[in-house]
Design a protein around this ligand. Structure first.
Ligand code: AMP
Length: 354
């Protein structure tokens, strides 16, 4: 694990007026780049060859660096290029997936927004569960032994991209049959989780260590294929219905009933507090809690994303919530650059960068 002081040493060498906000061209890069510009920073996007057109098309980046593959990102020469440009990297979902949490922790010697320690807590399901339990959140029941399955469950695998290989089962026999179909799986590594029925809410938070304040910036629902398509055909599909899958294809805006905002804020506060207790200084910047709200109006939480999530792309010009907090269009991408700008003015960049 790269040490904080190594990264802060590099940061100390940065020319304060020349700081460049950079990210990988994918996921939420458009709003991160626009937000950096809106806050007066230079910006830079790193694209794998073939993906650059979007960033050229929208004209959001001052500089575009092309790499042939993600391996190249980690090469010493490339990292030096970023450091020369006084780059602060902004991690997002694709950034973490393509570069891998372990390599980011151990090799990515470029200052990055947030706390790198969070990667380990987010990417390991058991640690993530410990974090959520520590925060006192209500979690879906888990079945350690498939023989105990007594209701509809969702079977999850580590590294299943966007929920692609997940499957549903209602009893041990169905579980075994479907597990066999998936073939290759290491038996110990799946998670069998109660399938919670309710409505999904993915609130987007921002925790500012400078202000010691948690902000609710927006929320979304993930649009998932094929489950969101199957739900349009319940009367037609019966025998031979395809296995539901949960691959994220887009995001839908949502607001919560106003009386639910209090519990939503409380969940965010507990997650931040637990992170500070488990891996000080804890969460820094944007994060999301993936929840399902039941008919008893209880939130059941099944995941934390400890970085900017793609659902924030709906709100490049602000959301109903961010408009209450800010008198200007405030996306999560822009809020990130605002925090960096505030930290620069306060001479406390090292409290938001690791
Ligand atoms: P995940 O990979 O954990 O984010 O899950 C992918 C998708 O599966 C989510 O966006 C939900 O639609 C659905 N999902 C995950 N866990 C549960 C659960 N315990 N109950 C119901 N739906 C779930």
């Amino acid at each position: 694990m790269l040490q904080r002081k190594e990264i802060h040493h590099i940061l100390d060498g940065y020319v304060r007026d020349e700081i460049t906000i950079a990210t990988m061209g994918s996921h939420t890069a458009l709003q991160i780049l626009k937000g950096a510009r809106d806050e007066g920073f230079k910006n830079l996007v790193i694209c794998k060859r073939g993906t650059e057109e979007v960033y050229q098309q929208f004209g959001v980046a001052d500089e575009l660096l092309i790499i042939e593959n993600y391996e190249q990102f980690m090469e010493e020469k490339f990292l030096e290029k970023l450091i020369e440009r006084n780059v602060i990297l902004i991690p997002h979902g694709s950034f973490v997936e393509y570069l891998s949490p372990k390599r980011i922790e151990n090799e990515l010697l470029v200052p990055m927004l947030g706390n790198r320690m969070v990667l380990e807590w987010e990417s390991d399901r058991e640690k993530e569960r410990e974090w959520m339990e520590h925060a006192g959140l209500r979690l879906p029941e888990e079945f350690k032994d498939p023989k105990d399955i007594d209701r509809l469950v969702m079977v999850k695998f580590p590294g299943a991209k966007g929920g692609k290989d997940y499957f549903l089962a209602s009893n041990p026999e169905e579980f075994e049959r479907k597990l066999k179909k998936t073939g290759l799986r290491d038996k110990d590594r799946f998670t069998i989780q109660e399938f919670v029925i309710g409505t999904r809410f993915y609130p987007h938070y921002f925790y500012s260590p400078l202000k010691n304040r948690l902000e609710l910036l927006s929320m979304d629902i993930r649009y998932e294929s094929n489950i969101d398509g199957l739900s349009r055909l319940p009367h037609i599909l019966q025998d031979g219905t395809p296995e539901p899958s949960f691959v994220v294809t887009g995001n839908i805006p949502v607001v919560a009933r106003e009386s639910l905002l209090n519990p939503i804020l409380k969940m965010g506060q507990s997650v931040v507090k637990a992170s500070q207790e488990l891996f000080s200084p804890g969460l820094i910047g944007p994060f999301c809690i993936e929840t399902i709200c039941t008919e008893e109006l209880e939130f059941i939480v099944f995941e934390i994303s400890a970085r900017i999530v793609a659902g924030t792309n709906l709100y490049i010009n602000g959301s109903p919530y961010s408009q209450l907090l800010y008198q200007e269009p405030m996306s999560t991408g822009r809020r990130i650059s605002r925090e960096i700008k505030d930290a620069l003015m306060d001479d406390s960049l090292d409290s938001v960068i690791y």
